[in-house]
Design a protein around this ligand. Structure first.
Ligand SMILES: Cc1ncc(C[n+]2csc(CCOP(=O)(O)OP(=O)(O)O)c2C)c(N)n1
Length: 326
């Protein structure tokens, strides 16, 4: 696998419209969550993926229903891309009994295995070994499923990720390791933390394919994941994909972002996935009116889901001991 240069969206027409709508749904969901957090309706720490939506949307388009996805605390986009209903996700973050985990998981810990979303994880790098285990289980089950684990570039310096990469490589496990490289680990620029910030090159140390892609382009993501999934299903082992992107908001809601350079976010907003996809669709001949109508319909869908979740009953305290395993 050779590195894919940063380029214009690799998909056009219907596929890009679908991906544009899927990215928009994630964006509008998270914008509403941000408001709910400030209003005190959502409590606890919330990490948004605003600006990074093309990675889950593109990646999920290349996977099958039987496959397993593992994300980090910045995982709302992965869950929605896997098909978790918007209302059930709002409910989960609002702590209602209509939430996908009955309101017990919250922003950073929910899971939805029925959609192939095997959960978030707030321990940096912890999803990678679990995904390797899922891929090992898929081998024993002969299910043909692959496991995708997404994590930030900071997690690439965690021992757990190294162990998972080595284990998956040594046993030819069907794991797709996706680095969501938003250039910051919490509040620290990546370039201050590593000697070589081309993290895809580390694949060579495990003798597996590695590639760096434009993580703001859902088509490039889809193509890279499709290639990795085909290799995984053929028993040829894991792939490391470094998806370059930019987080347009704070690390968490409330982050003052004093570590940013002046004008940095404004520049990033000019090349973010929704802006690029909309421009590509217009260039493809899709009318501005049609795109505006699509945006309005996604907004209406998200607003209706939010209203329904806000009206739902809070989590049932009498069932607090259910689903506990010790
Ligand atoms: C094992 C562990 N160490 C430290 C933390 C605190 N922490 C939370 S997020 C974060 C930064 C992770 O950065 P990165 O992996 O690049 O992901 P991003 O947040 O940028 O998506 C850290 C250090 C943690 N949650 N888990």
């Amino acid at each position: 696998m050779t590195p894919v240069p940063i380029q214009a969206p690799a998909v056009a027409g219907e596929a890009l419209i679908d991906q544009f709508a899927a990215m928009l749904r994630i964006r509008r969901f998270e914008e509403r969550i941000e408001k709910m957090r400030h209003a005190g309706e959502v409590i606890g720490s919330v990490h948004l993926c605003i600006g990074q939506e093309a990675i889950p949307v593109g990646a999920r388009a290349a996977l099958e229903q039987r496959d397993a996805v593992f994300s980090t605390y910045r995982g709302h986009g992965w869950a929605l891309a896997c098909g978790v209903p918007v209302e059930a996700l709002f409910g989960e973050l609002l702590g209602t009994r209509t939430g996908v985990n009955g309101g017990r998981g919250g922003s950073a810990y929910f899971t939805a295995a029925q959609y192939g979303f095997y959960g978030e994880n707030s321990i940096v790098g912890a999803g990678a070994p679990i995904a390797a285990g899922a891929a090992l289980a898929a081998r024993y089950d002969d299910s043909g499923a692959v496991a995708l684990t997404a994590f930030g570039e900071g997690a690439m310096n965690q021992g757990s990720v190294h162990e998972a990469l080595n284990f998956a490589a040594a046993f030819d496990l069907g794991v797709i390791f996706v680095i969501e490289n938003n250039r910051y680990s919490e509040l620290t620029p990546t370039k201050n933390m590593v000697r070589d910030d081309e993290l895809w090159k580390r694949a060579a140390a495990y003798a597996i394919p590695g590639v760096r892609v434009d993580g703001n382009d859902p088509g490039a993501m889809r193509d890279a994941v499709a290639e990795a999934a085909a290799r995984a299903r053929a028993g040829e082992g894991p792939t490391l994909i470094e998806a370059m992107t930019e987080r347009l908001v704070g690390h968490y809601i409330g982050d003052g972002e004093a570590y940013r350079e002046e004008g940095e976010v404004a520049a990033a907003r000019e090349r973010e996935p929704l802006v690029v996809a909309r421009a590509a669709l217009l260039a493809d001949g899709v009318s501005a009116e049609d795109l505006d109508a699509l945006e309005a319909s996604v907004q209406a869908e998200v607003d209706a889901a939010a209203d329904a979740a806000l009206a739902a009953e809070p989590a049932d305290t009498t069932t607090v001991r259910e689903h506990l395993h010790a």
